[in-house]
Design a protein around this ligand. Sequence first.
Ligand code: FES
Length: 368
Amino acid sequence: MPKKDLVTKVWIEEGCIVCDACETAAPDVFEVLEETCIIRPDAMKVDFTKPRTQNIEDAAEECPVDVIKFETASFEVSAEEAAAAEAAAKDSEAVPSGEVDPAPSPAAASPVAPAVAAKRGVAANPGVAADADPTLAALLTTANARGGAAMRERNSAVIPDVVAEWRRVAPEKLPPDIRHARTLEIAAQSAAKEQEREQKEKTDPDRRTVIGSIALGAGWAAFGGATAISAGPAFTRFLMPNVLEEPDPKVRVGSIEKYSEMPPNDVNEDFKPQGVWMIRQEGQIAALNIICTHLGCIPNWLPNDRKFKCPCHGSGFKPSGINFEGPAPRPLERFKILEVEGQIIVDKSKKFQYERGDWSNPDSFVAI
Ligand code: FES
């Protein structure tokens, strides 16, 4: 029987520029998100990657920054499979110079970058902001020319219909990939808000001092009131406490019985869209933060393997949240958790880190 090298494992290293080239070459293996590209959960299985070897090799070759890596192993294949693989390899070669694609994709029919436009016989248009970093712009332009859709959407001020449609659907009814993307989007938004709040607190200490002084001194209050009236609403707003409208960090996750009945080391994913995994450990329940401690992607819970696996760079975490493989430098974090009249409440404003010994803090778990 002939032998063929087939892909058994694919991953993405740091440095993705979110250009969409890989998703274009292998859409069922790669998914381009707002901030990065991820491997779809199915593509972490050998049986899934093997028949997609050619597409994965194409994606790696197309990647302008060479962050797509894969491993292969030699497998016996039938003569037909070997011939089909060879034909696929030939098909994947570049379009001959001067020829126009017989059935161009919608993207290929769009104006593209000069070099590829010449090759494909279509008009050129880089589609990248004029003030972009020149090296990045060149890479993005070339990748865009390969036909990716996500980048065009990112460059457009209009939200594509399909994205608008997803936003109207309840998270639990979304397909896993889209749910995952939405979770990542929500996590990114809340991380940005947290950063903004911290930044504000660091750079604006005087404002809080002024507000405190006003509250303490009647003379200052009279002055403030009179000035506010004369200076108008903008100044009145300045005198108000600096309240940020942020989502409530407390999440009600249900009754204690619900979690007590789970077997030890089991994971409940009902509140993943809110950024929480509920876990049952020996004698306690706890709430894990779903953000990977490597670079902030969202891992998947793989019930058959009994582990969380991060699709970005392959970090693995045990059901307790402890890291054991891949580049993640520390365990997942836990949130504060409390029981109030038989109901469990997770408070995401307070986090506990294993490496600091925080997990022995009684606020980091509920004993059962
Ligand atoms: Fe890199 Fe999770 S973000 S492994």
